[in-house]
Design a protein around this ligand. Structure first.
Ligand code: PGA
Length: 230
């Protein structure tokens, strides 16, 4: 609907189907700009588990998007602080992110903003939580091969996107999802910051929704839409 949209993109198992669907839709990408949310520090871009590789394999090699329109944090930046400041400026120069796609970690992280990240944080280097290292070991074959550091947009950066779509599937995400939607807003559960965002859509399967206390109320709101939305 917006040919020059600025998209914030995420990686991991969660958005893979979304990207497959976007490819299938045969959209026009020539004026779209993308900013990925995070990248491991120290992996070469060509490493099979780098988020550069992920995005290339799952989306970019299947669509016609000019390479100059693609931004992914540089996990090998010599001056990380400078790089992160530039990344923030590039997002602003592009007019800000129209639509940010998010997954959620089992520990409630969004991007790689681990629990106790400042809710006002900007793009910066982070140390991964042990739980995230355990969760992502499946991609690397063993825990010891998972990088310890990442560059990630901050929660403050994410919150500036005009619209956010968070996807979560499977029972492993149910606790994190409940905390994000119904828990108190707290740095110990980074995704809870989204409660303060004016335009978030959360897409769940039944398993990921299983721990929502107010699920029947949410279903009601879909079934009984006000007349002006019917
Ligand atoms: P996953 O990761 O999609 O691989 O479950 C989500 C996340 O850690 O944000």
């Amino acid at each position: 609907m917006k040919p020059n949209a600025v998209l914030g993109l995420a990686t991991g198992s969660t958005p893979q189907l979304l990207y497959r669907e976007l490819v299938r839709m045969k959209l026009k990408w020539s004026r779209v700009k993308t900013f990925n949310i995070d990248e491991y520090v120290g992996l070469s871009e060509g490493h099979p588990q780098s988020f550069h590789s992920f995005m290339w394999e799952n989306l970019f090699r299947h669509i016609k998007i000019p390479a100059r329109n693609i931004r992914i944090p540089d996990g090998n930046a010599k001056n990380v602080e400078k790089f992160c400041g530039t990344y923030e400026k590039q997002i602003r120069a592009a007019g800000g992110i129209d639509l940010q796609v998010l997954g959620i970690g089992a520990n409630g992280h969004i991007g790689f903003n681990e629990p106790m990240s400042s809710l006002a944080s900007r793009t910066r280097i982070k140390t991964l939580a042990q739980q995230t290292i355990r969760d992502n070991a499946r991609f690397f074959g063993s825990r010891s091969k998972v990088p310890r550091h990442v560059i990630t947009m901050g929660i403050g950066t994410i919150m500036e996107a005009r619209q956010i779509v968070l996807l979560a599937f499977g029972v492993k995400k149910s606790q994190a999802v409940a905390g994000a939607i119904e828990g108190p807003i707290a740095a110990r559960h980074p995704a809870s910051a989204l409660q303060l965002h004016p335009h978030v859509t959360i897409c769940l399967d039944d398993a990921a929704a299983a721990k929502l206390e107010f699920a029947s109320y949410y279903r009601d709101t879909f079934q009984h839409k006000p007349v002006w939305q019917q």
